[in-house]
Design a protein around this ligand. Structure first.
Ligand SMILES: Nc1ncnc2c1ncn2[C@@H]1O[C@H](COP(=O)(O)OP(=O)(O)OP(=O)(O)O)[C@@H](O)[C@H]1O
Length: 240
């Protein structure tokens, strides 16, 4: 059984955003350690678009991604994903919704070292209730799409960094979630592998996914349909 969450892009129609943040604040710490990481952030992300989130180190890029995907709740403001308000949800509902709608790609790949490539890509599918045979079919299709179909029986440590990132992207796209959040996905890669990953993320966005990438890489920014720039937790370019 799949989780009972909608995978529609928006709430009502095709023009609705996949994700909308409205008046979002995120404050860490209290007193002398209080830090405002996001300050009145209002922004939308649409299906079939690749957005680069840029800004200096500490400007709030990762916090924006974490709040967008429900990994963290904001201090105030609303986050609506595929018509569902994440900011109203308790931890269990949030985890369920996240599992159905959001895929993550990280700089350090985050593959499970003791599982084969195929098992890694099958894992989220099986966790969300897809039966084993169907999970395998979808995982193989995703590995084919990301150009690493020959490595299914290998373990992550037996692959190059570029190959591991492409496995991580296969895992992210295998069950067709409408939102892909990537935090510095080219950060650990050389130029050629970085370019492959960018081109793959472009393809994924062109296929209908809202793809949001936090990055310091100017090549990602160049390839993006849109740039959102953060400065000290404020959006200074490309908001809403
Ligand atoms: N869990 C936390 N507790 C306290 N402060 C935090 C926490 N997470 C982030 N911050 C602070 O919030 C600010 C924004 O952090 P964030 O990681 O979002 O920045 P970033 O733009 O992604 O930076 P980088 O480009 O270096 O990854 C920083 O000043 C950071 O120190």
């Amino acid at each position: 059984m799949r989780t009972a969450v909608s995978t529609r892009p928006g709430a009502g129609g095709p023009d609705d955003p996949v994700l909308r943040l409205e008046g979002v604040h995120k404050v860490y710490g209290t007193g002398a350690t209080r830090h405002v990481a996001l300050d009145a952030v209002t922004v939308e992300f649409h299906a079939a678009s690749l957005t680069a989130v840029v800004g200096h180190s500490g400007s709030g890029k990762s916090t924006l991604l974490n709040v967008s995907g429900g990994l963290e709740q904001p201090t105030s403001g609303t986050v609506v994903l595929s018509g569902q308000e994440l900011t109203r949800m308790g931890p269990a509902e949030l985890a369920r919704t996240r599992a159905g709608l959001v895929a993550y790609v990280f700089q350090e790949y985050n593959l499970i070292r003791t599982m084969t490539v195929l098992e890694n890509v099958c894992l989220p599918l099986e966790l969300s209730g897809t039966d084993r045979k169907e999970a395998r079919r979808q995982a193989l299709q995703a590995l084919e799409r990301t150009g690493v179909p020959k490595h299914t029986r290998k373990f992550p440590d037996q692959l190059s960094g570029g190959e591991q990132q492409r496995v991580a992207i296969a895992r992210a796209i295998a069950d067709h979630r409408p939102l892909v959040l990537a935090d510095e996905p080219t950060g650990a890669l050389d130029t050629a592998n970085g370019e492959r990953v960018i081109s793959l993320l472009r393809d994924i966005a062109a296929g209908g996914v809202a793809c949001v990438i936090a990055t310091h890489n100017p090549e990602v920014t160049e390839a993006a349909d849109r740039v959102v720039r953060l400065q000290d937790g404020h959006i200074v370019e490309g908001g809403a």
